[in-house]
Each structure stands twice: as C-alpha cells, then as structure tokens.
Design a protein around this ligand. Sequence first.
Ligand SMILES: [Fe+2]
Ligand SMILES: [Fe+2]
Length: 202
Amino acid sequence: MQRHFPPHKLAAILASHADPDIIAALDRWMTATDATVYISRLWERFAPHFCKPGKTIGRIQGLEDRGARLQLGESPDRFEIWALPAHFLHAEGNFQFYDPVSRILFSGDLGASLGSGLDPTRTVTSLGPHLRYMEGFHRRYMVSNKVLRWWADMVSELPIDCIVPQHGAPIGGAAVAEFRAWVRTLDCGIDRFGPADYRVPD
Ligand SMILES: [Fe+2]
Ligand SMILES: [Fe+2]
C-alpha cells in the first residue's frame, strides 16, 4: 500500500468477516491509519478484541445484513465500494466488496484456492484445471448450496471483470461465469453433514 499512497490517506478498512486471517492485524491498521473499519454488525463487538483497549472507539461501522453502497473518501476524490451480502459464505455475517469502476469483486473466502502447485500470481481464465485447488475448501467452509445459489443470482446482475478472493489466484475472463455456474451445483457445508457427524467420540 505504501508504494501507492501514505497510510493516513487510506479511506476505509473493509473486513469481509472477523476471521483472524482477515483482521487479526487490526491493531496495527488502527495505529498506522485513520480509517474506519466496515464490518458486519454481527462482528462489530468482536473486532475490538484484536486491538488494545479503546483503540477502535468511534472507528467501527457495523454493516446491516442487506449491505450498502459505501460512499468513501473525501471530495473531490469520493468513490463508491459496494458491500454485497455474502452471509454464510462462509461466516454468519459476511460481506464481499465490489468496485463498480474496476469491476473487481473482492470475494473474501469465496473463490479461494490453495494447495501446492497453485500459482496465485496468475489469473485463472479457465476454471476446470483450477477446481482441484478450490473444491475441498469450498465443500467444507461454505455453509450450504442454497446460499451459493442466491449469491450466484445476485452477482449475475453485476458486470464483473475479475473475482479476487482472499487466498490464491484471481478468477477472470470466462472463468467468472464458470465459477458462478460451479457454485450453483456444489454440495457443501451442512448439505453434506448428517447424524453420523455428531457423535460422542470413542
Ligand atoms: Fe474466513
Ligand atoms: Fe480466509
């Protein structure tokens, strides 16, 4: 970030959810910048636990479940970032952030890829060969297919040039539509759990 602008110019800190790999470094962001943190209302009272006492006072903006078109920055440099509902994908209160100018969807953990052999610096334009880096993660971390289908319907309304997840490679070109189609068919989370998964261990 510091290669592009000084930290005090940072307009906002956007937290898709409250996992440690998202905001465990919040204390340092609070020190280095003056920015407000935007996060689901569900996590508003948890975020301060990542910081020294009092450090987040007045600097956390809880987002309602329906999301918002956030007006950020100061005139004449104001701009919009849209907080899109992505609840249960994977956290209970979960947002993705869409930039209507670059048409990039910052998708949090949805679309994440991991594993050896993956090159996170290369944008994926064909989903097939990439699925092996995504499948295991999505089957366990995404909560249900029902929610994925609603998500796919929502983002179908948006022009998206690139989906940038929090982990692994960006998804661009034809792979954007392929990813939407793939998640529609994916059994995941509670779809795959049953009584056998809830037994007192031997
Ligand atoms: Fe997460
Ligand atoms: Fe993550």
